[in-house]
Design a protein around this ligand. Structure first.
Ligand SMILES: Nc1ncnc2c1ncn2[C@@H]1O[C@H](COP(=O)(O)OP(=O)(O)OP(=O)(O)O)[C@@H](O)[C@H]1O
Ligand SMILES: [Mg+2]
Length: 1555
């Protein structure tokens, strides 16, 4: 033995360090996990001690290194994958790919109630044995259009992949569903078929049923699709039965091709146009025999349980236990199976397929006859079989089959042998007769089954031209291995061998394809090819050939066959055949899954499977045409269906084996032309316990279904493949940060170069890196270690930093305390010093004060004495001074008196003299005047003189006045001066007094000065006196002059009177009047001169007062204009207005307000005038209607909601109001018909316009307007009712009708728009609400799991929550701008928010590898943004629709470590049902350093989620939108007749003007 290479040993043992987990074979569990405790290498001996995780039991693994090395270390215990890969949804991504790892992967997922797992291209489906809510239309919708890796593994993902590939590549597809009995193949196939039938319908937003009952046809599917689905209940009734392993076990294989039409339309949509079914190997023996607890085919029990009384009697049916063929298993009723309901379903399905009820009863008649055949009693009399002629069963059978009773009886108990010369009829013994009887029954039943398939195919595949592609679903029995295996198992396993070979080739091809695509160096992978095994069975002189050969021999027997087999195959070259050690009745074939030993008994008989010619002839000679049709099946592809011929021509007849082989070959050919998809169903436990897991059973099936084989192929190549970006993102910590760069490929290469030395262990492709098995686990381990190291490093530094910080804080604190203490003591000493100094200061001050007080007392005494003396002296001086002053004043008064007295006397004398002279002279003058007056000339003269005099006088007067003024001014001046002097004097006086006191000695000097001042004063007084006198004199003079004037006036008067007495001549009078005028003028002049300025002011005032009259009329004019322009004000420019005469005024007034009843009357009256006639004509005219439809609706330029200017209600609702005006006019003129037709066309136009969905504005605008119009029409109707005319029933009816139609229109616009909005939202919701990561610090690097993205780069979401909110805000604003009814806009927004909440929630529930803690935080944030938006927009109630989503997000962030946490989760997420919580928890994806959910907790959750009617809904119903609630119609007071300037509505304008 060679010593192993130490390097290789080291490398192999590198992964076996302490703490490593590995698997150990375990009889009960399959494999159990153990942790390595120690690793000892002693020379060539290796000892590994392990402790089992589950039991804690210790044990050791020991082996010699050389032995291990010889096996390339394959003998070492298989290693467990890193926790990161636990529960991965694709087993192919496991780093250690081996049996235990695969089993463990499946087990973990199944424990989390995730029944589907990928294993490369295969979908492993574990039977949950429990109804799950994962097949609803909502889930289908979720999977529709998604690529395989995007969502959790599911049947629908596979179906979707097949469906899309078929459409895209126009290539036929097939889905191979296999697995052992009861694993869920049929169920899965049914779900897949349902998916195909429904998926296209789902894409539209139509309402769907949420039922997950596979039998129930979803709504909205076509007839053909319904018919295709209806094949299931039919095939199941006739081909399924209860077995120990499965209550609804399919006893035949089925390949159904679902035929699709050519893709059409922009979406390349296809429809199901038909289906084609092929069946394989129906288990005939079940008809005549059932093992204990098993049943016959369902249809018999259904018939017995559900046939109506009449038919029951006619067919002789009774309870199932009355029939030998039904009661052998002892079970007639299957729990959970309702035969009555199933029978109804079968009948319905038969009808759907197109089998008439009468034909159905013919089928059932044959079935009943078969039951009776079983009851025919064959007795043995002297070793010969006999049948009683009156056997009721025999009678009934022959009646039902319409065959001759005696012939029928005869050929049961007798047989005919044809030799060359004669026909020999011999009796059969009882056993032989029973076999004969049963073979008739088997034959008829198998014929009936094939006939049904044929009819179904015929009806489902009518127009072959339409078919473009198909998807075939193969529901075929999986590999079977029982204690006793018979011919059926042999056939089944042979089929599985073939399928497995195809599968291996497919996987192998795919694997190689990737390598070629990525251009990596690879060599052909060697894999276990099972072709030799197949060859052994089907080749020339193979097992099947030998079997056929033996069957054709009349003496052929099982024994001789087995001997032949031994001879042929029990040779050393044949690796796949084995002769058992004991006995000569069996042989073993080494199948790919396991070795199976077949019991040879019955091989020949089953292979022949014939019925006697005579019996066949009896049936053929019968009266029943239907029976003949059934048994004379003559299909072109005869090779496919077992058609045993008469016993005679044995050489030509195909045997069952050859038929089966042929059909398999054909199947393989078909499949090779299609792209295959594989679903492997696994039955996890034999007791059908929900979520029970029996490891050995699963392991055996995993082996059988070829999953492990695939893995073996994978392992031979590079099983782990990651895109560079994915890899770099995960493993960048493994290299130094300086190597981190933007190019993921480079980074990947540097990571790999630093970690993997063996170049064979990896390959760098074009977009991916490939690893040999185990490498990723090593990398993962290194990564964990690296991260742990980093964590420790960070912790170390953090701790150091914290302690340093604490130390610094303590030092600082000590310093602070010291400082404080020192400061305190310093302050104390300072205080003491200060006190001492203060005492000194106080003493000093007191002493100072005392000395000063003493000094001040002395000083004030001296001063008092001095003061008293000085006062006395000053007082004396003052008295003297006073006396002097008094004397002077007396003298002054007296002297003044003397002077005034003299002056007055003198003045009186002067006046006397003057007055005398002045009196005398005028008298003389008067006299002279009198004489002169006697002549007119004199008079004139006098007059002139007088005038002159007057002038002079007035001159004198003016002079006097001016003098007077001058004098007055002077006087004022003097007075002013005197007052100044007086003041000065007083001041001087005061000064003097003051000075007198101080300076008595200087008094003389002062006195002198005072005297001087007095003199001055006196002079001034005198002067003032004089001035006063002068003024007085002037006054007097003026008085005299005035008196004189008055006198002269009197004189003139007198003279005038005298003159009047003289008879005046004509010219005199003229002169007089002229003079008078002159005098008057003069007077006026005088008076004007006297009060010149005053007069001027008055003139100005008068002018001013006249001014207001100028404004008044102008204002009025404007007002009138304004009034009259009212109607036209909005036309841009007023059109040339016709003059408004009085008759039109009322109609102008009407234009401004809604017509009340009065107005209505008036306008009714006005119909008499021509204008009204014109408007009536306009109403009848088509032009107006066309204009409304065309310019007002279809081509209207809708005012866009802008931020700057907000359109008024008038500007938004003008179409409604204009239409309303027209309607009201129609109603007033009693034209309900016209109104109805106009409104119908208006509604049609609105409908056409809004259904185009060009823009939200259009929908919003017209939704608002339609509602307004509805309100208007209601108001008009009420007006009509109130008006005195009273509405006629006809018009009332018409308006009612219009209202109803408008209601519909409103609802239609609403729903149409909502639908359109929803469509627009659908693409946005998931990226914006679920994927958008707006909270920095909580960013998840990628949207999916690390391992799931095969070649699919994560795309950044293109929509953000902001964009979504913007869209909503824009919408809300648009609605506000269009004054949409609040209730309506609320409904719209609420509905949209509901759709957002529901879609996001549903998506989250389906999303794979997505639900992390951080995502929870992000989604919560996004939802809170939405909620904020709702509250800020006043629709807080809409947040209710987001609650489920919010709770789901909360669930992700809550703790999930203990049972209490689960309680909390259920409390917090009270809106979610247990199924949803369970699903979310099972989806929960533990990111780095977050612990994954333990299986125990999942069990607790599962126990709470017991399915019941209410709680099993997984996804929320997207279609469950609330009904539209029409807002209450409001009363519109005014119908506005407003036509905006931007519109072109000439007809309408004219119409309005004419009204
Ligand atoms: N996806 C599933 N969800 C719930 N129950 C399932 C599912 N698949 C299978 N079952 C249960 O398992 C039972 C057996 O399934 P099914 O009849 O499909 O098995 P099969 O593989 O077709 O078996 P056979 O080979 O005997 O026909 C079903 O009756 C059903 O109760
Ligand atoms: Mg089945």
């Amino acid at each position: 033995m060679t010593t192993p290479d130490p390097l290789a040993v080291e490398k192999a043992l590198k992964d076996y360090s302490k703490g490593t987990k590995a698997y150990f074979a375990d009889d009960s569990e399959g494999w159990s996990i153990a942790t390595l405790q120690s690793n000892v290498v002693d020379g060539d001996k290796l000892t590994l001690s392990f402790r089992l995780d589950a039991t804690g039991k210790e044990f050791t693994f020991s082996s010699s290194l050389s032995k291990l090395a010889a096996e390339k270390f394959a003998g070492l215990p298989p290693l467990k994958n890193p926790p990161m890969l636990e529960g991965t949804d694709d087993l192919a991504t496991l780093s250690y790919l081996h049996e235990p790892a695969v089993l463990d992967g499946v087990r973990i997922r199944y424990a989390q109630e995730q029944i589907y797992t990928y294993s490369g291209i295969v979908l492993i489906a574990m039977n949950p044995f429990q109804r799950l809510a994962i097949y609803t239309p909502d889930i289908m919708r979720e999977y529709s259009g998604k690529s395989r890796g995007e969502l959790e593994p599911h049947l629908f993902a596979v179906a979707e992949e097949a469906y899309r590939t078929m459409i895209k590549e126009r290539k036929n597809q097939s889905i191979i569903v296999s697995g052992e009995s009861g694993a869920g193949k049929t169920q899965s196939a049914k779900y897949i078929m349902r998916y195909f039938a429904t998926v296209d319908t789902l894409e539209s937003f139509s309402r769907q049923t949420s039922s997950d009952n596979v039998a129930a046809a979803p709504q909205g599917i076509s007839e053909v699709e319904e018919a295709v689905l209806a094949t299931n209940p039919i095939m199941e009734s006739f081909g399924n039965s209860k077995t120990t392993r499965n209550d609804n076990s399919s006893r035949f294989g089925k390949y159904i091709e679902i035929l699709f039409s050519t893709p059409e339309g922009p979406k390349n949509s296809v429809r199901i146009v038909g289906a084609k079914i092929r069946t394989y190997l129906l288990e005939r023996s079940r008809l005549i025999f059932q093992p204990a607890t098993e049943r016959n085919y369902h249809i018999f029990y259904q018939l017995c349980a559900a046939a109506p009384a009449a038919e029951r009697k006619e067919l002789g049916l009774s309870s199932w236990d009355q029939f030998f063929y039904l009661k052998q298993g002892g079970t007639g009723i299957v729990p959970g199976f309702d035969d009555v309901a199933e029978f109804a379903a079968t009948q319905k399905a038969l009808s759907i397929i197109g089998i008439s009820v009468s034909m159905q009863w013919q089928i059932f008649t044959i079935c009943a006859a078969l039951l009776h055949i079983g009851n025919i009693e064959i007795k043995s009399v002297r070793d010969e079989a006999t049948i009683d002629d009156n056997d009721p069963a025999l009678i009934q059978t022959c009646q039902l089959l319409q065959v001759d009773k005696s012939a029928f009886k005869k050929w049961i108990i007798k047989k005919q042998i044809i030799t060359r010369s004669e026909k020999i009829v011999s009796n059969l013994n009882q056993y032989q007769a029973i076999v004969g009887r049963d073979s008739i029954a088997k034959f008829i039943y198998s014929m009936l089954f094939d006939w049904i398939v044929k009819i179904v195919n015929k009806n489902l595949h009518k127009d072959a031209e339409d078919v473009a592609t198909f998807i075939g679903v193969l529901d075929i029995y999986g590999f079977e291995h029982f204690k006793k295996n018979s011919f059926e198992q042999f056939c089944i396993n042979y089929a599985n061998e073939k399928l497995q070979q195809e599968f291996n080739a497919h996987v192998f091809r795919l694997e190689q394809e990737i390598y070629v695509q990525e251009k990596i160096n690879w060599s052909f992978i060697d894999f276990n090819d099972n072709q030799p095994c197949i060859n052994m069975i089907e080749n020339k002189m193979g097992i099947l050939d030998l079997l056929d050969e033996e069957s054709r021999l009349p003496s052929g027997a099982d024994k001789s066959l087995v001997t032949k087999l031994y001879q042929r195959f029990a040779v050393p070259t044949e690796k796949f055949f084995e002769k058992p050690k004991f006995g000569q009745t069996a042989f073993t074939i080494k199948h790919y899954a396991c070795d199976v030993t077949y019991d040879i008994e019955g091989f020949i008989e089953k292979n022949k499977d014939t019925v006697a010619d005579e019996q066949l002839a009896v049936l053929n000679d019968g009266a029943s045409e239907f029976l003949k049709e059934v048994i004379h099946i003559d299909v072109p592809d005869a090779a496919l269906s077992p058609k045993p011929g008469p016993r005679g021509g044995a050489t030509k007849k195909p045997t069952l084996g050859s038929i089966f082989k042929a059909s398999l070959v054909q199947l393989m050919e078909t499949m090779r032309t299609t792209e295959a998809h594989y679903i492997r169903c696994i039955k996890p436990n034999s007791t059908k316990t929900p979520f029970g897991f029996e490891s050995p059973m699963v392991l055996q099936q995993l082996r059988a279904c070829g999953v492990l084989e695939t893995i073996r192929i994978s392992c031979a190549g590079y099983p782990s493949k990651y895109s560079f970006a994915e890899f770099a993102e995960r493993y960048y910590p493994l290299v130094a940060s300086k190597l981190w760069g933007p190019d993921p490929k480079k980074l990947t290469e540097s990571i790999v170069a630093s970690r993997i030395s063996d170049p064979d262990k990896f390959q760098v492709g074009l977009t991916k890196i490939f690893f040999r098995a185990g490498q990723v686990a090593a990398l993962e381990k290194a990564r964990t270690e690296r991260i742990r190291y980093c964590v420790v490093l960070i912790q170390t530094n953090m701790r150091r930093y914290l302690y340093q910080k604490r130390y610094k804080a303590i030092v600082q604190a000590a310093l602070t305390v010291q400082t404080s203490l020192r400061a305190w003591s310093a302050r104390e000493s300072l205080k003491e010093k200060r006190e001492q100094k203060a005492a000194v200061v106080i003493q000093t001050s007191i002493r100072t004060w005392l000395s000063r007080s003493y000094y001040e007392a002395l000083r004030s005494a001296a001063l008092s004495v001095q003061c008293a003396l000085r006062v006395q002296r000053a007082r004396k001086q003052l008295i003297d001074l006073r006396q002097n002053t008094a004397a002077t004043r007396i003298q002054k008064v007296f002297r003044g008196f003397i002077v005034r007295r003299d002056y007055k006397l003198y003045l009186a004398q002067v006046v006397l003299v003057q007055s005398w002279i002045r009196t005398h002279a005028p008298i003389l003058e008067l006299r002279q005047l009198k004489t002169e007056a006697r002549s007119v000339g004199k008079l004139q003269e006098t007059n002139t003189k007088l005038e002159n005099k007057v002038v002079e006088l007035s001159m004198a007067l003016r002079n006097q006045e001016s003098e007077n003024k001058v004098m007055a001014e002077k006087l004022a001046q003097f007075e002013h001066q005197s007052s100044i002097w007086k003041e000065k004097f007083q001041k001087a006086d005061l000064d003097s007094k003051a000075v007198k006191v101080e300076f008595v000695d200087n008094s003389a000097e002062f006195k002198k000065e005072i005297a001087e001042l007095k003199d001055v004063n006196e002079n001034l007084s005198k002067e003032a006196e004089r001035a006063k006198a002068l003024a007085k004199k002037r006054d007097e003079e003026i008085a005299t002059l005035l008196a004189e004037l008055r006198q002269q006036k009197d004189e003139v008067q007198k003279l005038k009177e005298a003159a009047a007495k003289v008879v005046p001549k004509e010219e005199d009078t003229a002169t007089i009047t002229a003079l008078k005028k002159e005098v008057a003028a003069l007077k006026e002049q005088v008076s004007r001169q006297v009060a010149g300025k005053w007069k001027t002011d008055r003139v100005a005032d008068a002018q001013y007062q006249q001014a207001p009259s100028y404004h008044q009329p102008q204002y009025q004019t404007t007002y009138v204009d304004e009034k009259e322009n009212y109607l036209y004000s909005s036309y841009g420019e007023p059109p040339s207005r016709p003059s408004l005469d009085e008759t039109k005024r009322p109609s102008v007034a009407r234009r401004r307000s809604f017509m009340d009843t009065q107005d209505l009357k008036k306008s009714a009256l006005s119909s008499l005038n021509p204008e009204a006639e014109r408007s009536a004509r306009a109403l009848e005219d088509k032009g107006l209607e066309d204009e409304i439809n065309d310019a007002l609706i279809t081509n209207l330029r809708i005012p866009l909601p802008s931020t700057q200017t907000v359109a008024t209600r008038k500007e938004i609702f003008f179409p409604a109001h204009l239409i309303g005006t027209v309607v009201s006019q129609y109603m007033q003129r009693d034209m309900p018909h016209k109104m109805q037709t106009t409104m119908a066309s208006v509604m049609k136009s609105i409908q056409n316009l809004t259904m185009k969905f060009e823009d939200d504005y259009v929908s919003a605008f017209w939704l608002s307007n339609t509602f307004e119009l509805l309100c208007l029409i209601k108001s008009i109707q009420e007006q009509e009712k109130r008006s005195t005319r009273g509405s006629t029933t006809e018009s009332d009816r018409a308006i009612d009708k219009v209202r109803t139609e408008m209601d519909y229109l409103l609802i239609e616009i609403y729903h149409g728009w909502i639908k359109e909005l929803k469509k627009r939202l659908t693409n946005m919701i998931v990226p914006a609400v679920i994927e958008n990561q707006s909270l920095p610090g909580y960013i998840c690097k990628q949207s999916g799991g690390l391992w799931s993205k095969w070649g699919k780069n994560s795309t950044a979401s293109q929509f953000t929550i902001e964009q979504l909110l913007n869209l909503l805000s824009k919408l809300s604003k648009t609605m506000r701008c269009y004054y949409m009814e609040d209730t309506m806009s609320r409904q719209i927004l609420t509905e949209l928010l509901r759709v957002i909440g529901v879609s996001a929630f549903n998506h989250l529930l389906m999303r794979k590898n997505f639900c992390t803690w951080k995502r929870g935080v992000q989604i919560q944030y996004n939802v809170s943004r939405l909620e904020e938006w709702c509250t800020s927009h006043g629709i807080a109630e809409a947040t209710l629709h987001l609650q489920q989503l919010l709770q789901a997000a909360k669930l992700l962030t809550l703790n999930k470590t203990s049972p209490q946490d689960i309680e909390t989760i259920f409390d917090v997420c009270f809106l979610l049902n247990p199924t949803q919580i369970k699903k979310l928890l099972s989806l929960y994806y533990a990111a780095d350093f977050d612990s994954p959910l333990s299986p125990e907790l999942l069990k607790i959750v599962a126990s709470r989620a017991v399915l019941n009617e209410k709680s099993d809904i997984l996804l929320l119903d997207l279609e469950l939108s609330p009904e539209f609630v029409k807002p209450n119609l409001k009363n519109v007071e005014n119908i506005e007749r407003f036509i905006p300037s931007w519109t072109n509505l000439p007809e309408m304008q004219n119409f309005l003007l004419a009204m």
